[in-house]
Design a protein around this ligand. Structure first.
Ligand SMILES: [Zn+2]
Ligand SMILES: [Zn+2]
Length: 91
């Protein structure tokens, strides 16, 4: 299956919807340890209504490393590989 930026966006929005439906109020943005500085900075816990979008439009992770055509990169030439994870325990 071809992965497009639009598809990635849609999938991330869908997971947020699922979390919201499940009563989750906070989500964590998970960056990988090779993520770009912008993504690493965004990693953390957010209220579900204030969570920044994934893919990160500011991402500068080199798309060549992911092996995708550069037309699929964002305007900064990056391909965000972050994901959302539900925060289930709220202490
Ligand atoms: Zn990035
Ligand atoms: Zn990212």
């Amino acid at each position: 299956m071809k992965i497009t930026k639009e598809l990635a966006e849609k999938q991330c929005r869908k997971s947020l919807e699922r979390y919201r439906f499940a009563g989750i109020t906070k989500v964590r943005i998970i960056a990988t340890n090779v993520s770009c500085p912008s993504c690493k900075q965004r990693a953390g816990v957010y209220p579900i209504d204030k969570v920044p979008p994934i893919p990160n439009p500011e991402c500068t992770y080199p798309i060549k490393k992911v092996g995708l055509p550069k037309e699929q990169a964002n305007e900064h030439g990056g391909w965000c590989r972050c994901c959302y994870a539900p925060v289930v325990i709220d202490i």
